[in-house]
Write a protein that binds this ligand. Structure first.
Ligand code: NDP
Length: 336
């Protein structure tokens, strides 16, 4: 089969493309800049014409994907802004929602062969931000909080602007499929990863141009930019990028994934967990808070990953493996 991967030059997407090609799929990727193509062509040159890239300059335009969806059997929609620098919710929400709907509309009208659409959502669409309380989340949860917060417009936090963009985009996808039941020849799967770390394959010239999650990892573990307090109080959940890619491929391979929303979380963390592993591997890296006792760690958010194991047979890289492989790559590049 042939799979369309939107935003195929991104951190997660390049791993998705690689995993698809390794599993025997042909891939048509989309990018919004011509200049993103040569690196990708080179990276996947061994796959010959099983890998092609097309330019879709503005994913928010209706009909944007009309040509790109022709002849593909499935779609992996990953393109969406991920950063915490927006000054107005529309900067995040418009491309996230209109981009998702534009892919789905093109698939409905011109993607006669499309049987499944996988949307890269996020635990951003699941969680309720709450730094005060320990919270447990599953696929049944939706982040209504951030959607309410962005009614404040520019006064909303950039965090909520991103979180709301993912919530609204995923909800729009489920709504579209429900409203067009009978007319669409495909079903929907949404993949909800937490913070994604691990080695990168996409084009990154220097640490500063890493994507949002990997840059934060680099700054925390290599640069040591967190205070001792932050290292043990900032808490989230994480997953290795290679497992996110596997989840995207299995979402196509496993019939039972159709219609499912699936959290792909390897576990919860505080920054010191990664810092401790890094320092143990290489004493030149920051030690952070050496009084940290992992058995007393205060993890604030837990995500149920049992569906990912049951439906996708997903196995997760450990925090140690993810950290070691990331650091090996940074070292090899001379970044520390
Ligand atoms: P990257 O920033 O590496 O990739 C984002 C991709 O989306 C790029 O191809 C980018 O294109 C494209 N994109 C961004 N904004 C727009 C826009 N306005 N119009 C068209 N294309 C756009 O990020 P990730 O790989 O980390 O993220 C990929 C997906 O995974 C996103 O949907 C994100 O929300 C989701 N995700 C990421 C997590 C993480 O921790 N990394 C966690 C959970 C979900 P260009 O290169 O041209 O800017």
């Amino acid at each position: 089969g042939k799979v369309l991967v939107t935003g195929c030059n991104g951190y997660i997407a390049v791993w998705v493309v690689k995993s698809l090609l390794e599993e025997g799929f042909a891939v048509r990727g989309t990018v919004r800049r011509e200049s993103a193509i040569p690196y990708l062509k080179e990276l996947f040159s061994q796959y010959g014409d099983k890998f092609e890239v097309v330019v879709v300059p503005d994913i928010t335009k209706e009909h944007a994907f009309d040509e790109a969806v022709k002849g593909v059997d499935a779609i992996e929609h990953t393109a969406s802004p991920f950063h915490f620098k927006a000054s107005h919710p529309s900067e995040m929400v418009d491309p996230a929602v209109a981009g998702t709907l534009s892919v789905l509309k093109s698939a409905l009208r011109h993607g006669a062969a499309v049987r499944r659409v996988v949307v890269t959502s996020s635990v951003a669409a699941v969680l309720t931000p709450d730094p005060e309380h320990v919270r447990h989340f599953s696929e049944a949860d939706w982040n209504e909080h951030s959607v309410r917060e962005i009614e404040k417009g520019s006064a909303a936090s950039p965090g909520d602007m991103y979180l709301a963009s993912k919530t609204l985009a995923e909800r729009a996808a489920w709504q579209f499929v429900a409203e067009n039941k009978g007319a669409v020849g495909f079903d929907l799967v949404t993949i909800c990863p937490p913070y994604v770390y691990g080695p990168f394959l996409h084009e990154v010239k220097n640490p500063e141009s890493l994507n949002t999650s990997a840059l934060e990892f680099f700054n925390s573990v290599v640069k040591g930019d967190k205070t001792k307090e932050q290292l043990t109080t900032i808490s989230g959940a994480w997953v290795d990028v290679r497992d996110v890619a596997t989840a995207h491929v299995r979402a196509l391979q496993k019939e039972a994934a159709g219609g499912e929303r699936i959290i792909t979380s390897a576990g919860s963390w505080v920054w010191q967990d990664f810092v401790s592993v890094g320092h143990k591997l290489d004493a030149s890296l920051p030690a952070g808070d050496e009084s940290y006792d992992p058995s007393k760690a205060r993890y604030m958010a837990f995500f149920d990953n049992s569906k990912s194991k049951r439906v996708l047979d997903l196995e997760y890289h450990t925090l140690e493996e993810c950290t070691e492989d990331s650091l090996a790559q940074f070292k090899q590049l001379g970044w520390y």
